[in-house]
Ligand binder design. Structure first.
Ligand SMILES: NC(=O)c1ccc[n+]([C@@H]2O[C@H](COP(=O)([O-])OP(=O)(O)OC[C@H]3O[C@@H](n4cnc5c(N)ncnc54)[C@H](O)[C@@H]3O)[C@@H](O)[C@H]2O)c1
Length: 248
């Protein structure tokens, strides 16, 4: 069998980098997609991936822009022939209470965290359907499940991620495509490092497992859901939160 080809959006981010690593370890050809960032960050990403000898490459694209995503998938298909796996890990926060939130803070976040799913999934499902195989994993958040103060925009978008996924899962299930959500809890990444120390300590105290999640905790869940073996799991949400929020 040919190597599966994976696109990981937000692929240079805290979780995205580890997702790229885990997928490469699983033998995938991985295309990390992110904004055209500063050269140092891209160089650091490549340095972190040297062990995979060319199996992980970088492609710039803006997930909030439909045309950019269309061109991205055309480039990946031209180089690698197809896209089998799509992981949407690009995401931003624009935290502030609703009474202070500007329309710009609302719309900027929606364009990346929610429009981004439409813009990327729309480009890959025809090819996946034609080949009878696809794995899509979208990153949500525990804060989409519980709501969070100062995050009406983020919580709304992250809850929407799972609604989008369930609907797309129904549309594509007969074509061999699975669409699932991974909902990380609080992880040891820059996003959480930006939270004030006293609040971070309180968060850790409230996590039954007693620590923040590691990027690898999240990436291993993504690796499993994108494996060929996970074909009977679709429309599911997999919380990876150390027991911080339990539900069924
Ligand atoms: N870190 C956590 O604790 C945590 C918890 C819950 C959910 N999440 C979610 O997991 C995902 C990854 O989080 P992270 O911690 O790696 O964040 P991060 O900020 O480290 O990485 C996100 C990446 O997305 C990229 N990005 C932003 N806008 C983009 C755009 N328009 N087009 C392409 N790329 C864009 C950024 O450049 C960045 O590299 C996000 O969706 C986030 O909401 C993270």
């Amino acid at each position: 069998m040919q190597k599966r080809v994976a696109i990981v959006t937000g692929g240079i981010g805290g979780l995205g980098t580890e997702i790229c690593r885990q997928l490469a370890k699983a033998g995938r050809t991985v295309v990390a997609v992110d904004l055209p960032l500063r050269d140092e960050r891209i160089a650091a990403f490549h340095a972190a991936m040297t062990e995979f000898a060319g199996a992980v490459t970088f492609e710039p694209a803006d997930v909030s822009d439909f045309d950019s995503c269309e061109q991205l998938v055309q480039r990946v298909e031209a180089t690698h022939g197809r896209v089998d796996i799509l992981v949407n890990a690009a995401g931003i926060t624009r935290d502030t209470s609703l009474r202070k939130m500007s329309p710009q803070q609302w719309h900027e976040l929606m364009r990346v965290n929610l429009d981004g799913l439409f813009n990327t999934c729309r480009q890959v499902i025809d090819g996946m359907s034609a080949r009878g195989f696809g794995r899509i994993v979208n990153l949500s958040s525990v804060n989409g499940q519980t709501g969070q103060f100062g995050q009406t925009n983020y919580s709304a978008a992250k809850a929407g991620v799972h609604g989008f996924g369930m609907a797309l899962a129904r549309e594509t299930a007969r074509k061999g495509i699975t669409v699932n959500t991974v909902s990380p809890g609080y992880c040891d990444t820059a996003l959480v490092a930006a939270v004030p120390a006293d609040i971070r300590e309180q968060i850790v105290a409230d996590i039954p497992v007693g620590r923040l999640g590691s990027p690898a905790d999240i990436a291993r869940a993504v690796r499993f859901l994108t494996s060929d073996d996970a074909g009977y799991i679709t429309g599911a949400n997999l919380p990876v939160n150390g027991g911080y929020f339990m539900s069924f």
